[in-house]
Unconditional design. Structure first.
Length: 254
């Protein structure tokens, strides 16, 4: 994976997931917040405070900040611009299975003729098997031509082998928070963050306003574009995800 020219950094992870601390810049990140024992979140996700002042995964109403570390043992990795061909109505395999499932009109996968072109419509133009990781061109009214080559953006659940290869923390675990007495560091205030916790079905452009994802879209903890069911403005796009650098760069606003 090749870094963009936005930040000079040494890329440690070979898989794009979570929060890239090498490039992220922030001034306020206190580590004295207790996470709810039953909640889970990944580094780079939005988090809230519940009524007991415990950290939970953001519900999209009024996020408190961004998780710096993980409280989970299962993670998603971002893939941008995977190039495949769709023939007839035969399922085409992506490189990975167990895809992130969202909801609403855009669902959880973006399929387009080019990285920046208008996306095709799921169900109308193609269907997705999120479990198997396949894309199938729809028949009948599909606008996708038989044999079309497309670019696909998605996120997938990392396998146990990938997590092992990607490395663990100091204690040889993936769950940073639980092993540290349930305490989590939360990034608040102005910051520039590079995260993979974003809605993969959307199109991002520099300067685009971002909102906190909500449960109705299966996007709690994620950011998405303005205009959906979310209402809380969390910042603007600083860097768009690309095949070489799938991280979304965000200039935060709270």
């Amino acid at each position: 994976m090749t870094l963009s020219a936005q930040r000079e950094a040494f890329q440690v992870d070979t898989i794009a997931r979570g929060l890239d601390l090498n490039r992220s810049q922030y001034l306020t990140a206190f580590g004295d917040y207790v996470a709810l024992s039953t909640t889970t979140f990944s580094a780079g996700m939005l988090v809230d405070l519940n009524s007991d002042q415990q950290i939970i995964k953001s519900l999209g109403v009024a996020p408190f900040g961004w998780a710096k570390y993980n409280k989970s043992t299962s993670f998603y990795s971002a893939v941008v611009g995977e190039y495949i061909q769709l023939n007839a109505t035969t399922a085409t395999n992506l490189a990975h299975a167990n895809l992130l499932t969202a909801a609403g009109g855009a669902a959880g996968v973006r399929v387009a003729a080019a990285l920046t072109s208008t996306a095709w419509a799921e169900t109308t133009d193609y269907t997705v098997s999120y479990t198997n990781g396949t894309i199938t061109r729809a028949g009948g009214g599909s606008l996708l031509a038989d044999g079309a080559y497309v670019y696909v953006n998605y996120q997938y659940a990392m396998t146990a082998q990938e997590l092992s290869d990607d490395g663990h923390n100091f204690w040889n675990f993936d769950d940073d928070v639980t092993i540290q007495g349930g305490k989590v560091t939360v990034i608040t205030g102005d910051a520039i963050l590079f995260t993979t916790a974003y809605d993969p079905a959307q199109t991002y452009t520099v300067g685009l306003q971002l909102e906190a994802g909500v449960a109705a879209d299966n996007l709690t903890g994620y950011v998405t574009v303005a205009g959906g069911t979310g209402t809380f403005n969390v910042g603007t796009v600083f860097q768009v995800p690309t095949p070489d650098d799938p991280y979304l760069g965000i200039k935060t606003s709270f």
